[in-house]
Design a protein around this ligand. Sequence first.
Ligand code: FES
Length: 106
Amino acid sequence: MQWIKIFSNPEDAFNKVKPGSTQLLIVHQTRICLARVNDDFFAIEDKCSHNGEPLSKGRINYLGEVVCPWHGYRFQLKTGRESGERSRDLETYPIKKDETGFYIGL
Ligand code: FES
C-alpha cells in the first residue's frame, strides 16, 4: 500500500471538509469520496455500485452512511457495505493523519 498525502496537516483537513459533508478526491486517477462524520474521516470508492453515479454528490445520514443521490442506495462509510444488500459493497481506503500530514492509503 502507498500512502498519498492529501492535506498538509490534519487541521487543514478539518478546515476544508465540514462535518456531515462529502468531497471528491482524485488520487492517482482513482475517484474517492472523502466523507466527514463529526471528527472522523472516511474514504470510499466514489462510484455507486448500482449505476455508477458519484457518491461524492450524495449526503451522509444519521447512521453514518453515504446515500447515493440518484436512487438512494446507502453505503456504510466504515465498511463500504451496501446497506440494502441490493448491489456489491464498495472499496474503502484507510486514512492516516499525524503532524506530517493527512494521508489516504491506496
Ligand atoms: S446510481 Fe446510486 S443508487 Fe442508483
